[in-house]
Ligand binder design. Structure first.
Ligand code: NAD
Length: 703
């Protein structure tokens, strides 16, 4: 209908090719994965009925379109032909299209009767062409397909040619509705192909940008906001002149007051039922859903996240809330263990005490949300100490917890300087758990602090740290997919994800082709302000980050081959770093070893797949990794030998989903169990057992 309106305005007809079934699987699976309504009919008869309906629409508008009916279903084609005749159209007013080598008999019959029949065939490269033909063969020989039913199954003509009716059970949301209630499902991402969604996000970003005064972000202790003496601005990486928030910094005295009160209140909070605490998380999830646009806008402007990434951040935060609510209800119960006559054993958990949550800026909503929610739902009181750069996002999050009914004394919000208050709090005698995500340097320091400053317990430090992640492209990899996956993994959100790919290892003879394609790809990435929806590569977080990355690029230019460097448009005044790729890198060069946290990719060339695995593992980190290969044996080898925390095969190496790809690394990338996974919450708890001798004067009650 939209097309017809446009054609009326345009005044010149165009050809429209009507097909059905093409990419049906892809459309269906992608929608299911994203939890979106499925945009294609699920039953064959509905597809057929819709094809006929659209055939009539096209023919009715013959003055605006030249319809082409592409099918191997005689009923569908005959319907179009008959309807055209019924309208009095000529045989030249439309055409029929069939695949070369398929349906020869009926093709001939149509040609004999004077209809225009176009045969089509893939042209170009052999391998993709074969891939196309195989897909078409699979479609046409599927159990539902007309070709199979007529030629192979010999279905009787009456049935084959019957009028197709829409199946009333066929609905775009049937799949979503059919899923088990109460089970965990990832929060669907927004569908930015909808213009309403785009205009809503644009409006939210514009409104935050247009705020006359910066938002006040202040420490919150026992529910009371404290306007402190020291403040720093929170500026936007895309426009350092845009001051989004005045961040009032907590100092040591506020920290002391907060820990004392949280320690006092711990006894009460730890006794609440898990049902109550899980209920709180679910209500917070709903607040985030309601305020999703506001959160997206804050992540776009304060963290410099492109729209899609900002939405992913909010969706992941919601996932953590729902998932940990469910997990807490699973774990925080008392179970009997190995009962024997005359003895009753119970196994249960208790919370550890005041938990210090220290978060990074790169997932300014999801990461603090996950760590903070995990601490609270397991019955601990908690301090949220966010990264300085994204204090506004964190304050929105903390307020969402308060709005959802978190008791004000269960947690404190302490924005402040990491080296000062983070370090002070970590040593505090009443902090029993430190949960940290950030750089290796700070993480290791916190681990040392934990060991040397015990509280009532030995401090537990859960530290998720950096990465230097590699993707391997095997010599038989599907290059289109590989290039796309590498570009997204390396340059999405400017390479500032801990999971981002910063090393690419190419096996064998495709090396030159890959260099060429990736270089072209880098030059075509849109560098823009994240508030602009076209943005693929935005600015890095702040001036210090930009200077550090630019220095590393300048150094690498001295010893490596600069393959490509994106062009940052002159009109951008944020902290932009051009996406950059290097090859010809000397062994052991810093660019292969040190985490840069920016849009820089180092490419190396190896002879065999085994060499590639060795090169990939030649790192102190082990967070994520990727492999693009079509070889089943290499894929099996990689799954076993490429032992990073999260390995991705034939897809990008970023974008882990809560519950589906629990996230976290080993070696210098982390010591904690995976966030968003089944082992995570137990780290916030102390397991206990109680054993009772139930034998009394020779009498043993029944088990
Ligand atoms: P960062 O280590 O500089 O800061 C993280 C937090 O630590 C901030 O809140 C900061 O204020 C605080 N901090 C700084 N010094 C401190 C000190 N001495 N004592 C206590 N707290 C202190 O990291 P960042 O720049 O915010 O984040 C980027 C880093 O985070 C990268 O290395 C990235 O790989 C890592 N990261 C890891 C994961 C993961 O899951 N493994 C996820 C996201 C980010």
């Amino acid at each position: 209908e939209d097309l017809l309106i446009w054609l009326k305005q345009r005044g010149t007809p165009i050809a429209v090719r009507l097909v059905k079934g093409a990419y049906w699987d892809t459309e269906t699976v992608l929608a299911m994965q994203r939890d979106w309504p499925i945009p294609v009919w699920q039953s064959k008869q509905s597809s057929d009925a819709n094809f006929e309906k659209l055939s009539r629409t096209l023919l009715n508008n013959n003055d605006l379109v030249m319809p082409a009916f592409a099918s191997h279903n005689i009923r569908s084609l005959t319907h179009a032909v008959t309807y055209a005749e019924h309208l009095g159209l000529s045989k030249r007013d439309f055409e029929l299209q069939t695949l070369y080598g398929m349906g020869e008999e009926f093709k001939e019959a149509f040609v004999k009767r004077g209809y225009l029949v176009r045969e089509y065939a893939p042209v170009g490269e052999l391998i993709p062409g074969m891939g196309y033909l195989v897909r078409r063969l699979l479609e046409n020989t599927s159990n539902e397909g007309f070709v199979r039913k007529s030629l192979h199954d010999k279905t009787d003509p009456e049935t084959l040619l019957a009028i197709p009716e829409f199946d009333p059970a066929d609905s775009a949301v049937a799949y979503i509705e059919s899923r088990a209630k109460g089970a965990f499902h990832n929060e669907p991402l927004l569908d930015f192909s909808s213009s309403n969604v785009r205009s809503d996000v644009a409006a939210a970003v514009t409104s935050l940008r247009a705020k006359k005064k910066p938002t006040l972000v202040a420490p919150i202790v026992s529910g009371a906001e404290i306007v402190t003496e020291q403040e720093i601005p929170s500026v936007s990486p895309e426009d350092p002149e845009l001051n989004l928030a005045r961040v009032f910094l907590a100092d040591v005295s506020h920290c002391q007051a907060a820990v004392t009160d949280l320690n006092d209140y711990f006894g009460e909070w730890s006794k609440t039922s898990v049902k109550e605490r899980a209920g709180l998380l679910r209500r917070v999830a709903n607040v985030l859903r309601e305020k999703r646009l506001q959160f997206i806008a804050a992540a776009v402007l304060e963290a410099g996240k492109p729209w899609l990434e900002a939405d992913g951040d909010v969706a992941e935060a919601i996932d953590f809330l729902d998932y940990y609510a469910m997990e807490a209800e699973r774990i925080c119960i008392t179970v009997s263990t190995g009962n024997f006559p005359g003895e009753q054993n119970t196994y249960f958990y208790e919370p550890r005490g005041v938990t210090l949550v220290i978060s990074p800026w790169n997932f300014p909503i999801a990461i603090p949300c996950g760590m903070f929610a995990a601490a609270l739902v397991t019955g601990n009181t908690a301090i949220l100490k966010p990264a300085e750069q994204t204090s506004l996002c964190a304050s929105l999050l903390f307020n969402a917890f308060l709005e959802a009914g978190m008791p004000p004394r269960a947690a404190a919000f302490l924005p402040g300087i990491g080296e000062e208050i983070g370090s002070y709090l970590a040593k505090h005698e009443h902090i029993s758990t430190i949960v940290f995500t950030g750089s290796r340097q700070v993480g290791m320091e916190l681990i040392r602090t934990g060991a040397s400053h015990p509280s009532l317990h030995v401090k537990r430090v859960i530290a998720e740290m950096g990465g230097k992640n590699a993707i391997i492209i095997d010599d038989d990899a599907e290059l289109d997919e590989a290039v796309k996956g590498v570009l997204y993994s390396a340059f999405g959100f400017q390479g500032q994800k801990c999971s981002a790919c910063s090393r690419l290892i190419v096996v064998g003879e495709n090396y030159e082709r890959i260099l060429e394609r990736i270089s072209e790809g880098v030059r075509s990435l849109t560098i823009a302000a994240p508030s602009d929806p076209r943005c693929f590569v935005g600015p890095v977080i702040d001036e210090a980050a930009r200077d550090k990355i630019m220095r590393a690029i300048d150094n690498a230019k001295k010893d490596c081959v600069l393959l490509a460097e994106g062009d940052v448009p002159d009109n951008l005044n944020g902290y932009f770093v051009p996406p950059t790729i290097f090859a010809g890198i000397p062994k052991g060069h810093a660019i292969l070893r040190e985490e840069l946290f920016g849009p820089v990719l180092a490419i190396t060339h190896v002879a065999t797949f085994d060499d590639a695995i060795s090169a990939a593992l030649d790192s102190e980190y082990a967070l994520t990794g990727g492999v693009f290969s079509r070889s089943p044996s290499n894929i099996t080898t990689a799954a076993r030998a490429f032992n990073v925390g999260n390995l991705y095969i034939n897809r990008a190496c970023t974008g882990a989903l809560v519950g589906r790809q629990p996230f976290g690394g080993a070696r210098m990338s982390g010591v904690g169990s995976k966030a968003g996974g089944p082992d995570y919450l137990s780290q916030f708890l102390i397991p206990r057992t109680a054993t009772e001798n139930t034998m009394r004067r020779g009498f043993v009650p029944e088990l």
